[in-house]
Design a protein around this ligand. Structure first.
Ligand code: IPE
Ligand code: IPE
Ligand code: MG
Length: 279
């Protein structure tokens, strides 16, 4: 948070927004469904791939802002297992842009101590893309600042299936298959995101009110924020606005709000008991 404030001048754009954010209540993990590239291009009578290209700048901004805020994990949905349904030329452009992003951003990631991780069924990626992705992940593996999870060929259901299969495989190998008991902790530790806390905040751009197979297990209690802004237009201002909105939410996890609940519940209970007493 300090680093973000230091990067801004009083009166500058986003200064007031940044001041309004409570540094003690930042989300540890933000996940983003970066959607709307095609529509952004369509509105400009450009081919869809122009929208994907224009989507790189906001990725840079989101990564930089999260690093400066001191957010621990940022997970970005870059390509879903369902996105293979798109025309081959579009898919190929997405791989080309991913390679361009990795090459272009690696020095900046290193400079800012950012660690890159890829989550998804990576075996299905074109060999060259996989090699360059692995190299970028390796090169940043010792960094200890923000962790950026790039979700590539990712599906929430596929992730759960992979977790269950890896549990079965381990149990077969260590001979515990007969007595195997699966619980939530075991599944969570076998997901691609095993080392991360669940997302506190899930942002989706472009106004679509759906999850599109993203982090199905992990978002059980995430706060959802949908903005009509299309991903190529998503700025630092949009991210700070999402954070401010997040800080207004009352996260109850199925329980009751913190303040005053105990005394309120107690007095309600007492008057209920009193009303039930035979007169
Ligand atoms: C998100 O933008 C990027 C990917 C899914 C790779 P879209 O390409 O889905 O853009 P819209 O939703 O068609 O506008
Ligand atoms: C979700 O967006 C996937 C990514 C942002 C990578 P889509 O555009 O693929 O989702 P749908 O088809 O609108 O649900
Ligand atoms: Mg879309």
């Amino acid at each position: 948070m300090k680093a973000l404030l230091e990067a801004l001048q009083p009166g500058e754009k986003d200064w007031d927004l940044a001041q309004a954010i409570d540094p003690a209540r930042l989300p540890a993990h933000i996940a983003i469904i970066m959607d709307g590239n095609g529509r952004w291009a369509g509105r400009r009578f450009l081919p869809r791939v122009a929208g994907h290209k224009a989507g790189i700048g906001p990725v840079r901004t989101a990564v930089e802002t999260c690093a400066r805020l001191g957010v621990k994990v940022l997970t970005l949905y870059a390509f879903s297992v369902e996105n293979w349904k798109r025309p081959r030329a579009e898919v190929e452009t997405l791989w080309r842009l991913l390679r361009y992003y990795l090459k272009q951003e690696l020095p900046e990631l290193q400079k800012n101590d950012i660690r890159l991780q890829a989550i998804g069924r990576l075996d299905a990626l074109p060999a060259q893309v996989r090699r360059e992705l692995d190299a970028a992940v390796d090169a940043t593996s010792a960094n200890r600042g923000l962790l950026v999870n790039l979700a590539i060929n990712y599906g929430g259901r596929a992730e759960i299936v992979d977790a269950v299969n890896s549990i079965l495989e381990m149990a077969r190998l260590d001979g515990s298959i007969q007595t195997l008991k699966i619980d939530e902790d075991l599944i969570a530790t076998c997901l691609y995101t095993a080392s991360c806390p669940d997302p506190d905040l899930l942002i989706r751009t472009s106004g679509e009110m759906r999850i599109s197979n993203f982090l199905l297990w992990q978002i059980a209690y995430s706060e959802l924020y949908v903005t009509d802004t299309l991903w190529p237009d998503f700025t630092r201002t949009d991210l700070l606005q999402a954070l401010l909105e997040y800080q207004k939410r009352d996260r109850r996890y199925g329980g009751l709000s913190g303040a005053g609940v105990d005394t309120e519940a107690k007095s309600a209970e007492e008057s209920l008991l009193a009303s039930l007493r035979p007169s």
